[in-house]
Ligand binder design. Structure first.
Ligand code: SF4
Ligand code: SF4
Length: 267
């Protein structure tokens, strides 16, 4: 299982109104949702599909990432048989901005109309409650031991070009901007799900297949993440992901937990 720290927080929508301090996201044009490509996990994909009754093809895409600028040691690279030498990151789709048509933004961003006091408009996440883990954790990451959430320093802008719509937060974040508990919970889930997604990528990349069947692969893997205790198998090939290359005849040995315990005691 690969280990990694969350180095980036690709994007985040506007926070809900907080009582203790005005969030930097209040009144923001959501530069983060325009400047970043948001890596997805399989769990993010299933949650959005079910929450909005959308198909994978409505919101997910693969972004070529030859130098790792999108993955940034956070998201896994996937390979596909039509471009075997190109590493891809599975990410949220961008669309052309309705308000600033020379720019792009996350396809779920709800854009506000600019006015005199807010020349870039005031935009917010259209799927706040089911937004991807990468959006939830921004701008935090774990410290080296995974006990603390660190607030990252935000650059003025990360996307090339001089369009101010891609500007990020108008000020640096402070601990008092965030709930003291929720960021750690979000980071734990983000890391857990992204680690699982790395395992899944390892398996997929052993024999890259067509991009068209990737959503079916995802659904198959995730449909096997929940089972009754009495039906639990002990995979021989990986800690968590089933081996799709095996036929039912050479499936891994099935051991119930009591059997495993007896074997451990006998050892
Ligand atoms: S899902 Fe929401 S928070 Fe994430 S990039 Fe899109 S609009 Fe922004
Ligand atoms: S750019 Fe910064 S302040 Fe603006 S919505 Fe994104 S995280 Fe919030």
């Amino acid at each position: 299982m690969p280990s990694f720290d969350i180095q980036i927080g690709p994007t985040r929508g506007r926070h809900r109104r907080r009582t203790f301090r005005m969030s930097p996201c209040e009144n923001c044009h959501a530069g983060c949702c325009r400047a970043f490509a948001v890596p997805l996990t399989g769990a993010d994909i299933l949650r959005i599909e079910r929450g909005l009754n959308l198909s994978f093809w409505d919101f997910a895409c693969r972004w070529a990432d030859p130098v790792g600028q999108i993955a940034q040691q956070y998201a896994p690279h996937f390979y596909f048989d039509d471009e075997p030498g190109t590493p891809f990151v599975i990410a949220l789709m961008h669309r052309v901005s309705e308000v600033f048509p020379e720019t792009t933004c996350c396809r779920f961003l709800t854009e506000g109309v600019p006015n005199e006091t807010q020349p870039l408009g005031q935009s917010h996440c259209g799927i706040y409650d089911i937004r991807p883990a990468a959006c939830r954790v921004f701008p935090t990451k774990f410290n080296a031991t995974g006990e603390l959430a660190l607030i990252q320093d935000i650059p003025d802008r990360t996307r090339e070009g001089d369009n101010a719509i891609y500007d990020l937060c108008s000020r640096q974040w402070e601990p008092s901007d965030l709930d003291p508990v929720q960021p750690l919970h979000d980071l734990i889930i983000a890391r857990y799900e992204m680690q699982f997604f790395h395992q899944l990528a390892e398996q997929w990349n052993q024999e890259p297949r067509p991009w068209e069947i990737f959503p079916d692969f995802l659904r198959l893997i995730y449909s096997q993440r929940l089972m009754r205790e009495s039906a639990t198998t002990v995979p021989t090939h990986s800690a968590a992901t089933p081996d799709l290359t095996q036929s039912p005849d050479d499936a891994p040995t099935v051991l119930s937990f009591p059997d495993v315990e007896r074997q451990s005691r006998a050892a």
